[in-house]
Design a protein around this ligand. Sequence first.
Ligand code: FAD
Length: 397
Amino acid sequence: MSRHSDREPVLIAGAGIAGLCTALGLLRAGVPVRVLEQAAELREVGAAVSLAPNATRALDSLGVGEALREASNWPQRAAMKHYRTGEEMSAYAMGAEMERRWVSPYLQILRADLHTVLVDELRRLDPAALQLGARVLGLKQDGDSVSVETAAGAFSGGCLLGADGVRSAVRAALYDDGAPTFTGYVAWRGVVPVESLRNPDFTPDTAVFLGPHRTLLRYRVRGQSAVNVVAFARVDGWAEEGWSLPADPAELRANFAGWHAEAEDMIEGLCRSGAFKWGLFGRAALPRWQQGRVSLIGDAAHPMLPFLGQGAAMAIEDGVLVARALELALQKGLGVEAGLACYERQRYPRACNTVLRSDAHGLRIHQHFVDAPEGTPVPRDDFVEFDFDAATTPLDI
Ligand SMILES: Cc1cc2nc3c(=O)[nH]c(=O)nc-3n(C[C@H](O)[C@H](O)[C@H](O)COP(=O)(O)OP(=O)(O)OC[C@H]3O[C@@H](n4cnc5c(N)ncnc54)[C@H](O)[C@@H]3O)c2cc1C
């Protein structure tokens, strides 16, 4: 069996959430990494992200817990609200109660701040690990190594992880399964300064407004100073060039006309704050992720709709798990291919199940006011994934 030499780095395509978490996990285990990122400078875009307890637990295991807590909000209560009346149709406690139940906290953070926490730790562990301006263009593998051609030159390593998102070049090179397809949802996202709102004292700190074919999510970030607003709508198609563009205020207002004053306040905030409109794209599940010394993680492997708030969480869990699996395989002298196979066995069912549940939950919340009989209980997430611990779950190698 061919072996991964201790000196050969693990190559990681993409310095997003999945790639950075994988790099941290490997460096903590003493395995060298090279992170190949297409961007010439790191500039994370796209508003904020919720980190459920399974995500914060995994991030704690990577040694970034303290910095993460400093940069995050700790929401205290969440509600589902009626789109027209603003009435709370259901609510639950977050904060200390969630942390007691799940042991780890539920946090909310600007994506740029999460990215900074991860990159700072990466640079602390290995200042040379991150290669910017290195768009992956192609790859080749043989029994001993993988070589990757990038815009910044060629790199070689013992294995390669494609952490390059829903439009993954690594996935295309392995499986050639075409472009991502439009899921039928658009999202307008932005971060609105609280002081610019008509009512800066809105409660609770986290809420989702449910309306026919539309939902609006808002939660506080950066202490009390800003609110992350995401407005979703189901639409027939995506005819735009590319997958995100500056929001057209008239279109945004028309989509949420007649909504409750608090929701309208958020929509006006989005219009003022230079929000973007995003088409949400997905992919059919691959039968497997690994091919020899190359595999996929995060959105490159299993893109999902955002309605359970678990896309980044799954990317973080993947990173922790693949690092553990590779470390174990190397320790046992089994080679990187065995490590990648172990990662896939462990992750595939959980990630694919979360993709399906995110689809189903999205449909439920967008259809609630369309065809649910009067009195149907408000759909609620059942939190099944929150107790998973990527750092300690047993590995089958
Ligand atoms: C509206 C919305 C709201 C969301 N909210 C949440 C939430 O609340 N909670 C949650 O857990 N998840 C959420 N998600 C999902 C989450 O954002 C993604 O699942 C997560 O960012 C995936 O991380 P990733 O590292 O796999 O991919 P990405 O974040 O897409 O990172 C990919 C990286 O690869 C780089 N790259 C791309 N191509 C190449 C190439 N050829 N060569 C080199 N580098 C390349 C990119 O520049 C980028 O840095 C949300 C998603 C959306 C759309």
